[in-house]
Design a protein around this ligand. Sequence first.
Ligand SMILES: Cc1cc2nc3c(=O)[nH]c(=O)nc-3n(C[C@H](O)[C@H](O)[C@H](O)COP(=O)(O)OP(=O)(O)OC[C@H]3O[C@@H](n4cnc5c(N)ncnc54)[C@H](O)[C@@H]3O)c2cc1C
Length: 321
Amino acid sequence: MNLFDVIIIGGGPIGIACGLEAKKNGLSYLILEKGCIVNSLYNYPAKMQFFSSSEKLEIDNIPFISNEAKPKKEEALEYYRRIVSSNDLDINLFEKVINITKNTTNYTIKTSKATYTANSVIIATGFYDIPNKLNVPGEDLPKVTHYYNNPHYFSKQKVAVVGASNSSIDAALECWRKGAEVTLIIRGKEVGKRVKYWVRPDIINRIEEGSIKAIYSANITEINEKEITVKTEEENIVLKNDYVLALTGYRPNFDFLTKMGVTLSNDEKKIPTHNTNTMETNLKNVYLAGVICGGMETHKWFIENSRIHAKKIILAILKKK
Ligand SMILES: Cc1cc2nc3c(=O)[nH]c(=O)nc-3n(C[C@H](O)[C@H](O)[C@H](O)COP(=O)(O)OP(=O)(O)OC[C@H]3O[C@@H](n4cnc5c(N)ncnc54)[C@H](O)[C@@H]3O)c2cc1C
């Protein structure tokens, strides 16, 4: 009862790819997902458009047809949901994995609802649950958020957007276009180089014409109900402010990994130990899949280049059988 060849933790695109590959190869498997199907994608901004074209987001060559070359969030939700339903994948939703312990020959997986045993475990938990904090006074005020959804809410408001990468630049442009007064607080000296090539000129032009204000080499040092304090190399600036969108990236749940015994590289990258051919960690029969493999280097892996993890891992599991 409840003994599986493999348990997959996380029902994102890559966890789903692993489930599909396990099923195709006759393994008993279960995907455990703490939210809805592709929970991270569900929580992305409402109007988000992928930077990848749809064929690069496909799992197992199942066609992903989108209206434009680069699909929208809604289309991706539809695609991955259909993969789950049309392949009748075994996935338990709204069931969070609490911890994993090693037994003599297998692993016990304890969740918010049940306990399972599996010979192998795949961790595909992504990084979208834990935001990188500003660590400044006032960050816990309700006006501060690390997740952005819809620009309408911010119309006619004074909004500080922190960050210079895709998420913050998209949010700044969308909010400004819905009538917000936007100030970008950028830690470096320019808008990020990795900003989508068709968006970068847009934001640079908006900054140059003065529609969106940008403060470079700057950090927020304090937030209160009506103002923020921004420190630059030269001065401290106090700005009137209604909302702060702190879109400064996210990080994997390192505690979850280390508690179960997965080691991390001893530097600021904190890359979880794994064999890049098999994706097996330092724990026998425990594998990593998807963006979690990059540790703090969260830009390194995405759907496009990590979907191959599923085949690598299932092959490694089959070889051991
Ligand atoms: C705004 C934005 C745009 C992007 N655009 C692109 C793009 O164009 N192309 C591209 O290739 N990539 C893109 N990415 C990155 C891409 O979305 C991620 O690479 C992708 O979601 C990674 O898939 P994953 O399955 O590894 O992780 P996730 O999709 O994050 O899935 C992890 C899942 O694990 C679940 N989980 C976490 N902890 C637990 C637990 N303890 N128990 C059970 N379940 C748990 C989470 O709820 C989540 O559903 C974008 C990301 C963002 C933020």
